[in-house]
Unconditional design. Structure first.
Length: 277
């Protein structure tokens, strides 16, 4: 499975806070082919072909199960303090998680929860862009649109690009606002103004599947719900489901990775490659 090295400010990890972690593990094993490794009491790591892709944490009954996004943050304490000074609310003070590195959790100006993480690994590697892995991250901005965009520009270093520069002209111009957070011209996250939809600010994730029709057909049989049937987008065929524990997640159809027979993935820790990173 291919992996890319994250740059500071990029999404580097997903965590599912679930009221029924065991049920969630069973669901995603069947739906996405994940395998799980228990790393501590109440926390497991999902893997695809041996590559870590996400974590699942058990939370008490009565809470809302929710997927969360964590940004790669080399200095968690500094980023946390900077975010709080910029108006964010601290939910979890910076702390060490042993082999999982350091992390903190804040609430951004839109009201969405976002994690800050510095992995303990030598390199921040991401499994992405194929079935069973995350393929996109999107923030539903329920309030404070301009403030939120500026907040992430300062915190994560994203270049903010509005979708459709002429969107501010003509009737209905304010009905849809969307922007992307970019590094060197490549979009890494989306930001959607949902202030008129009466939904809370939150981060949503898109997980890749080889066949989205088959995935949503299997979802009810596995205990989940289809929230939005398949729709066509410029990025591919997508659907929104709810897992058996109540967590929303988007599915995006994406092709299986086919390696070049003449190419070999580099050993990132080999001496000849180490200096490149």
């Amino acid at each position: 499975m291919p992996a890319m090295i994250a740059q500071p400010g990029m999404p580097v990890w997903l965590d599912l806070a679930s009221t029924n972690a065991a049920g969630a593990e069973k669901f995603y094993t069947e739906l996405l082919g994940w395998e799980f490794e228990r790393v501590s009491d109440g926390y497991t790591v999902a893997k695809k072909q041996g590559m870590p892709v996400a974590g699942i944490a058990q939370i008490p009954e009565g809470n809302q199960s929710l997927w969360g996004v964590l940004l790669y943050t080399p200095d968690v304490q500094q980023a946390h303090d900077k975010a709080v000074q910029a108006g964010a609310k601290s939910v979890l003070e910076p702390q060490g998680l042993g082999e999982r590195g350091d992390m903190a959790i804040i609430v951004d100006p839109s009201g969405a929860t976002i994690g800050l993480r510095n992995p303990a690994d030598e390199h921040a590697l991401i499994a992405a862009g194929e079935p069973g892995t995350p393929v996109w991250f999107e923030l539903m901005v329920a309030q404070n649109w301009d403030t939120t965009l500026e907040f992430y520009h300062e915190l994560a270093g994203w270049d903010i690009k509005a979708m459709g520069e002429s969107a501010g002209e003509g009737a209905g111009a304010e009905e849809f606002r969307y922007a992307t957070g970019e590094f060197d011209g490549a979009a890494v996250v989306g930001l959607w103004d949902t202030s008129k939809l009466e939904v809370p600010g939150m981060w949503t994730v898109y997980l890749g599947v080889a066949d989205v029709d088959a995935a949503i057909a299997n979802t009810p049989e596995l205990g989940g719900k289809v929230i939005r049937p398949v729709w066509e987008s410029e990025f591919g065929r997508m659907a929104t489901i709810e897992d058996p524990t109540g967590a929303l997640v988007n599915l995006c159809e994406i092709e299986e990775f086919v390696p070049d027979e003449d190419a070999h993935e580099p050993d990132l820790l080999a001496p000849e490659n180490f200096q490149a990173f």
